[in-house]
Design a protein around this ligand. Sequence first.
Ligand code: GAR
Length: 197
Amino acid sequence: MKKRIAIFASGSGSNAQKIMEHFKYSHDAEVSLILTNNPEAYVLQRADNFEVPSHVFDRHEFYNTDNIVELLNRMQIDLIVLAGFLWLVPENLLKSFPNKIINIHPALLPAYGGKGMYGDRVHKAVLENKEEESGITIHYVNERFDEGEIIYQARFKIEKDDNLEMVKFKGQQLEHQYFPKVIENLLKRVEGHKITD
Ligand code: GAR
């Protein structure tokens, strides 16, 4: 039985794209669902291109109902991947999927994490502080922003004349290179929904 992945994304979804590409012909896992809080998000187009079903929700549905948990259970999701998703995950979801929700962050946590630290803001802060390196972090999700246990980090060097675009590009390259592989490795350790049922 294939392991089933759900991806939450709020924007472009370039990571979601790489993950869908990676598992498109896999016998072991598939991207079964894309979820977003943003009806304009380009990730919805990407989901359509891969014929992956999608679900758009709003704040009320996410925080005040069990609809999303029920949907994920109904779809027998094994792993939840946050890829550019900016809302805090509510308790009902964390409780229903313990150790099965992961996030990617565009910096070397615990540095440059926390509320309000996302996307370009992270890279700008890194540049302002004249850091010599930055990187990516893949981590478990808990009830606080960017604080769950770290699963994987990769780093890159910041050259003297690197600007925002360059740092962003270097980070994105690492995300695209490693996120799908880390997910694949994690799934080997997650018991399938059929086994745990
Ligand atoms: C990624 O760089 C991801 O690390 C970041 O949002 C971007 C989404 O890009 N996430 C955060 O900043 C979370 N705090 P994408 O939509 O092209 O995958």
